[in-house]
Design a protein around this ligand. Structure first.
Ligand SMILES: Cc1ncc(COP(=O)(O)O)c(C=O)c1O
Length: 383
């Protein structure tokens, strides 16, 4: 192992949402935070050193997207995901959520219908409302903690006003990696109904079985897809606000670029671009070792919760585990209170991911294993 994930890092008072935002988001300051999707691991030195080196040049004027940054993204997609993309397909901007919001405006009109598959990362439906479009829910089906798409329900919900399908791939919070067959079946429906797919693939690098980028499947599918991605989750640099959109469809790209320009969101923080390029240039070994460590943490979680009635959905990707507390004779609120006030652990509330997130909570296991064990034991004792 080149990298160590066991190092304890004190994140208090570093202006971070996860620790310093506890009072704001949970109304307490004595709980242990296992919520928001960033990791308690230090960002690798090859990124940190690049940032420090740049910071030594104490002029922080406006940055540009360089040819070498673009090439690093092209190379990463090819080596990590076997997807051959071109530099001219890329639009850089300041976050996946801002990119999603811009794409909603670019590919639909006010009051058009946008489909999302709940439970899902909540900004994906909140942003639809903020953009004055209509959210159409196509809930995932669940069986024994395994989630699948309900394509019959999807078909029944399509109307002439349906313009966009929102794909979360891999899926946050249920941890699914959609198989090529599932993606093909979904894309077939979207192709038939002239629906553009926005595919949020920000968790694509942290996968425990083969992952297929939607747009890599066929030319036809690529032509209706805009993929959103970033190095933020993989390398723990989400606070640097740098992301990109990929589409080979020139008309879609032109529309998206117009909105990005009008919203003035195409200028990325200079440290964000430096970090992204370093990540994609030197990050292969880090990703390999990170995945090994996270997989170990997932196994530890399964083991330590196995004598409780908490059910864990099968995690195929990400460090976010979707916990089902519905076996307990408790209301959602009682479970929430017990976690926060008795166990003193702050998890993401499942209801924020959609109605079918009731009695579910999302656990972040990207932290040193000793500390993970300590807090899992507390959860196990409390339930
Ligand atoms: C599915 C998904 N998309 C987007 C984001 C956030 O992306 P960004 O910080 O680049 O806006 C997250 C963060 O948790 C996420 O889970």
């Amino acid at each position: 192992m080149v990298y160590s994930f066991d190092k304890e890092v004190n994140r208090n008072h570093t202006q971070c949402a996860k620790y310093d935002g506890l009072e704001k988001y949970f109304g307490v300051n004595d709980a242990f935070p296992m919520w928001v999707a960033d990791m308690d691991f230090e960002t690798p030195a090859f990124i940190n050193d690049a940032i420090i080196k740049r910071a030594h040049h104490a002029v922080y004027g406006y940055g540009i997207v360089t040819e070498s940054l673009q090439q690093s993204v092209v190379n990463w997609m090819q080596t990590q995901h076997g997807w051959k993309i071109q530099k001219k397909w890329l639009t850089f901007l300041n976050g996946v959520v801002p990119a999603y919001s811009a794409a909603l405006e670019a590919f639909s009109e006010v009051n058009d219908e946008i489909i999302v598959q709940t439970p899902v990362y909540f900004p994906l439906f909140q942003s639809i409302k903020h953009n004055k479009r209509k959210v159409v829910y196509n809930p995932l089906k669940e069986q024994n903690g395994y989630y699948t798409m309900d394509l019959e329900d999807l078909k029944s919900k399509i109307t002439p006003k349906t313009k966009i399908f929102t794909l979360c791939s891999p899926h946050n919070p249920v941890g699914r990696i959609w198989s090529k067959e599932e993606l093909e079946a979904l894309a077939k429906i979207c192709l038939e109904h002239n629906i553009t797919i926005i595919s949020d693939e920000i968790h694509a690098d942290i996968t425990f079985k083969p992952f297929t980028p939607l747009a890599s499947i066929s030319k036809e599918i690529a032509n209706i897809t805009v993929t959103l991605n970033a190095a933020g989750k993989t390398f723990n640099i989400a606070g640097l606000n740098a992301a990109y959109a990929i589409t080979c469809n020139e008309a879609l790209k032109t529309k998206l670029d117009e909105v990005v320009k009008a919203r003035e969101i195409g200028s990325i923080n200079v440290f964000g671009t430096i970090a992204m390029e370093a990540a994609y240039t030197y990050g292969q070994e880090w990703v390999k070792e990170l995945k090994e460590y996270l997989l170990q943490n997932i196994l530890v979680t399964k083991e330590l919760l196995k004598n409780t009635n908490i059910k864990l959905s099968q995690p195929e990707a990400t460090y976010l585990l979707w916990l089902d507390f519905s076996c307990y004779d408790l209301t959602h609120l009682q479970i929430k209170e017990r976690l926060l006030k008795e166990a003193k652990i702050a998890l993401n509330d499942g209801l924020t991911f959609g109605k079918n997130g009731s009695k579910h909570f999302r656990l972040n296991v990207a932290l040193p294993v000793t500390r993970l064990k300590k807090y899992l034991n507390i959860i196990a004792k409390t339930f």
